[in-house]
Design a protein around this ligand. Structure first.
Ligand SMILES: C[S@@+](CC[C@H](N)C(=O)[O-])C[C@H]1O[C@@H](n2cnc3c(N)ncnc32)[C@H](O)[C@@H]1O
Length: 310
């Protein structure tokens, strides 16, 4: 499906609008301090729209994007050109068999990818393999609790339309589309495919992801959004300070958090590693996600970063 419909399909302006959010994300995942001069691997990079600017901003030594969709990598090359960034290398490969020796990268990122594979834990092990000792691994996965209503919708689409993703698209549009297809932007169409039409997805709880890290002997490093309240407040204030450069915020919840945070006393950003969320933090976050999911909204859960032991 991602060969026929690469994702995401942002314009240059949309990349700029997302940039401040991505910078905040990299700071609170604790990646920002590691990026300068890093060998940076993005597994399932898609069109590179989400990461190209940030790789350029921090001055990585090399940004290697791996994806099994050749069409997405072709767009990623155009994105690199548009951003005047010559350190991007796209490689067509399967994430379960990455064409790199052990310990090849300083930072390994995978956003919104492992939950589209039959064995996310095995995928994570492959990310860990190619990360050097002392390097960082970051991943985003769908959250089990905020997709409960979305899954009902998605399952209905699959039941009525069968496995063909083009039929799924038209069924999903008939049931949940908000405007005629001709009026949808390329990004809205790509997102609609990503939401309703892909052949496989799994959802994961915060606790499950943290247990994988323990099982693989990885040290907790940070999350985005941060799950400890002081860090969450600091993140909202940090994003708020970037509002003049990047005023567009896509999430209503994000806008509300930022405007509230800016009215509160300023909180200093801690130094990574950030403190690991307790069971209570995880439960509170999961409950928040469950409320968010009641609208049928589809989004990733928190991203996590971990450090591979030296
Ligand atoms: C939802 S998109 C995410 C793209 C990008 N990481 C982002 O966040 O904008 C998932 C991407 O993972 C890629 N992908 C899925 N399974 C893969 C696999 N087994 N090996 C390599 N790439 C894969 C898809 O081709 C697609 O581009």
């Amino acid at each position: 499906m991602y060969m026929a419909h690469p994702y995401p399909q942002w314009t240059k302006e949309e990349r700029r609008d997302h940039f401040a959010g991505t910078l905040t994300q990299f700071r609170f995942l604790g990646l920002a301090d590691f990026m300068s001069g890093a060998r940076f691997l993005d597994v399932g990079c898609g069109t590179g729209n989400r990461t190209m600017k940030v790789a350029r901003h921090y001055g990585v030594r090399k940004y290697v994007g791996v994806d099994h969709s050749r069409a997405s990598l072709k767009i990623a090359q155009c994105v690199a050109k548009e951003e005047e960034f010559d350190r991007f290398v796209g490689i067509e490969s399967d994430l379960f068999d990455l064409p790199f020796p052990d310990d090849s990268f300083d930072i390994v990122l995978s956003q919104g990818v492992l939950h589209h594979t039959p064995n996310p834990l095995r995928g994570l092990q492959e990310l860990v393999r190619v990360c050097r000792p002392g390097g960082l691994i970051a991943l985003y996965l769908y959250n089990k609790w905020n997709h409960w209503r979305h899954n009902i919708q998605k399952n209905k689409v699959s039941r009525l339309a069968g496995p063909d993703f083009e039929r799924r698209f038209h069924m999903a549009h008939r049931l949940y589309g908000r405007k005629p297809i001709e009026e949808m932007t390329p990004e809205q169409i790509a997102t609609f495919y990503d939401q309703y039409c892909h052949p496989h997805k799994s959802d994961h709880t915060v606790g499950e992801t943290l247990r994988w890290f323990d099982q693989l002997g990885l040290t907790y490093w940070g999350s985005y959004p941060p799950m400890r309240f002081g860090d969450l407040l600091a993140a909202a204030q940090h994003r708020g300070k970037l509002l003049t450069e990047s005023p567009t915020m896509y999430s209503a919840l994000g806008r509300m958090l930022v405007s509230t945070a800016l009215k509160l006393p300023s909180v200093e950003i801690g130094k990574p590693p950030f403190r690991r969320p307790t069971l209570l933090h995880a439960i509170i976050f999961q409950m928040g996600y469950a409320c968010q999911g009641s609208s049928g909204a589809y989004s990733g859960g928190p991203g996590f970063s971990v450090r591979k032991p030296s």
